[in-house]
Design a protein around this ligand. Structure first.
Ligand code: ATP
Length: 269
């Protein structure tokens, strides 16, 4: 495949503790799903079918990729990843054969997680004049997802910002068994994400004392934006020859991030 997904990518050392801001209920459901997958025999004795496919949906940068990596890590699985747009091709059958080889490779290296980001580019609603190539690729994905016992040991995880654009046949139980919404973090969530990203960094007392304020003043920020905020602050500290990140570095980064974020309502500026 174009983007090298025929080999599993090295799994970063991400666990569920690295994903901040998950609602308690969702965390509970994810843990339960993982325990079903970890002990399939026990689950099947109780009549529970292990899930085959999971959808994560929500705005960009909220940790969907992170969550997929953490799940793969918890399952000790090889991680195969591709973007939905990597399957969009002009020539009939090329996208479909990429889908096939992705699943075939994963089947050879179970346990495996197949993670497809931007899945709407691959499994979008079929349009009357959508083109034969796109139609063939989606059909192949459905065929592969229906692989029955061939898919034992494979968990399929898809992510999208646009659940409403996905084809109903793709979303059918047995293909996608659970959909989890990954929203923008609330105040408590932002606080958790800030803690995760400040862990192990040299920060001044001033920064420590103002963490609650920061969580408050970053309403509307995604996890990715919080991460980038601290990166900007760290870079400024480094440029100025400091050993620790000061409150002034955070304020500087905050100004820059808020100004750069055109999605934020004007009254928040
Ligand atoms: P997209 O929809 O744009 O693909 P995504 O939801 O998959 O985005 P990630 O790629 O997981 O988002 O997030 C990018 C980076 O932002 C992560 O590597 C992490 O550093 C940070 N981040 C995002 N969400 C969280 C979170 N919930 N907790 C901790 N860090 C986060």
């Amino acid at each position: 495949l174009k983007s090298g997904v025929s080999k599993p990518s090295p799994l970063p050392d991400i666990t569920l503790d690295d994903v901040g801001g998950l609602q308690d209920e969702m965390k509970e459901e994810i843990l339960q799903t993982l325990s079903i997958l970890k002990d399939k025999d026990r689950s099947s004795r109780m009549g529970i079918k292990p899930p085959k496919g999971i959808l994560l949906y929500g705005p960009p940068g909220t940790g969907k990729t992170l969550l997929a990596q953490a799940m793969a890590h918890e399952l000790n699985a090889n991680f195969f990843t591709a973007s939905g747009s990597a399957f969009n091709e002009m020539f009939i059958g090329v996208g479909a054969s990429r889908v096939r080889s992705l699943f075939q490779n994963a089947r050879k290296q179970t346990p495996a997680v197949i993670f497809i980001d931007e899945v709407d580019a691959l499994a979008g609603k079929r349009k009357p004049h959508g083109g034969e190539e796109a139609e063939k690729t989606l059909t192949e994905l459905l065929v592969q997802l229906d692989g029955g016992h061939d898919n034992d040991g494979i968990l399929f995880i898809a992510a999208t910002n646009r659940k409403d654009m996905l084809d109903d046949a793709f979303l059918r139980p047995g293909r996608i068994d659970f959909s989890f919404q990954v929203p923008l973090p609330d105040m408590r969530g932002r606080r958790e994400i800030i803690d995760i990203h400040l862990k192990g960094k040299n920060i001044s007392e001033g920064v420590l004392d103002s963490i609650d304020n920061l969580a408050e003043s970053t309403s509307g920020f995604s996890g990715a934006e919080l991460q980038s905020l601290f990166e900007t602050a760290s870079r400024r500290a480094l440029r100025n020859g400091q050993d620790t990140i000061e409150k002034s570095d955070i304020d500087y980064a905050l100004d820059r991030t808020i100004l750069g974020n055109t999605n934020r309502p004007l009254q928040d500026l």
